[in-house]
Ligand binder design. Structure first.
Ligand SMILES: [Zn+2]
Length: 240
């Protein structure tokens, strides 16, 4: 939902943009010096460079099973329009999704008007019993790391403080974007119950950067195209 590209808001992004600029300026030299500019990918040409766990640190990529979408932004449909206690949960969710975009300066999602045209369908429903804040299910072909579609359910919690749904939605979008698992660090928004601040951490941002290899700055390994069975995994996020 944002348009700007490479608008650095933090040190890592400034480095990414700087490297991007260097790569553009050195393009005539790439044929002669490919190894000198592919810093985080190890040996190999730029076309085969692959990000690893140490490409964007700190991160918790080794604690989770990272997946990714083949392209961004993903198309999101909000199936419900829920007002609870004066709070519109879908609007809170939009804010939580936008938090990732603002922090990464990346266009990650766009809203569509039908489920049929969506990659991710979000709905809100009353929780009973109240043990789970939200759930996200991702679909992918077995043996592949590319998500083909996703579903998100956010449960209503009358006791949730103002802004709590935005933090919950930000956590769930982390799952929907490819963080299949939870951080073990209570400070991260991808801690299994979310964090106390509802704010994204460098750990969170770098883990997504790892999944998407810096959003195009470097190449990821091409996904396997071997025929596989479509499978799904549901990630449940319990209440604190
Ligand atoms: Zn979770």
């Amino acid at each position: 939902m944002i348009r700007q590209k490479c608008r650095p808001q933090n040190r890592n992004l400034r480095q990414s943009c700087a490297l991007e600029s260097i790569m553009v300026s050195l393009r005539p030299l790439v044929l002669f010096l490919p190894l000198s500019i592919v810093g985080c990918a190890g040996p190999g040409s730029a076309s085969t460079a692959v990000c690893g766990p140490d490409s964007f640190v700190p991160n918790y990529s080794t604690e989770v099973n990272l997946k990714r979408w083949e392209s961004l932004p993903i198309r999101v449909y909000f199936q419900t329009d829920t007002n609870t206690g004066g709070v519109n949960i879908e609007n809170e969710s939009r804010q939580g999704f936008d938090d990732w975009e603002a922090a990464l300066s990346q266009n990650l999602w766009t809203e569509v008007s039908s489920a049929a045209s969506a990659n991710l369908v979000v709905r809100v429903q009353a929780s009973s019993p109240q043990s789970t804040l939200a759930e996200t299910t991702i679909y992918f072909f077995s043996g592949q790391n590319i998500i083909t579609r996703a579903e998100m359910v956010i449960y209503t919690w009358p006791s949730l403080p103002t802004g709590g749904y935005a933090g919950t939605a930000a956590h769930e979008l982390g799952h929907a974007l490819g963080i299949n698992g939870h951080s073990s660090n209570v400070a991260d928004i991808m801690y299994f119950t979310g964090n106390a601040t509802d704010l994204l951490t460098q750990n969170d941002l770098n883990t997504i950067r790892t999944a998407y290899c810096g959003f195009g700055l470097l190449k990821t390994a091409p996904p396997s195209r071997a025929a596989g069975v479509l499978v799904s995994e549901k990630i449940s996020c319990p209440a604190p």
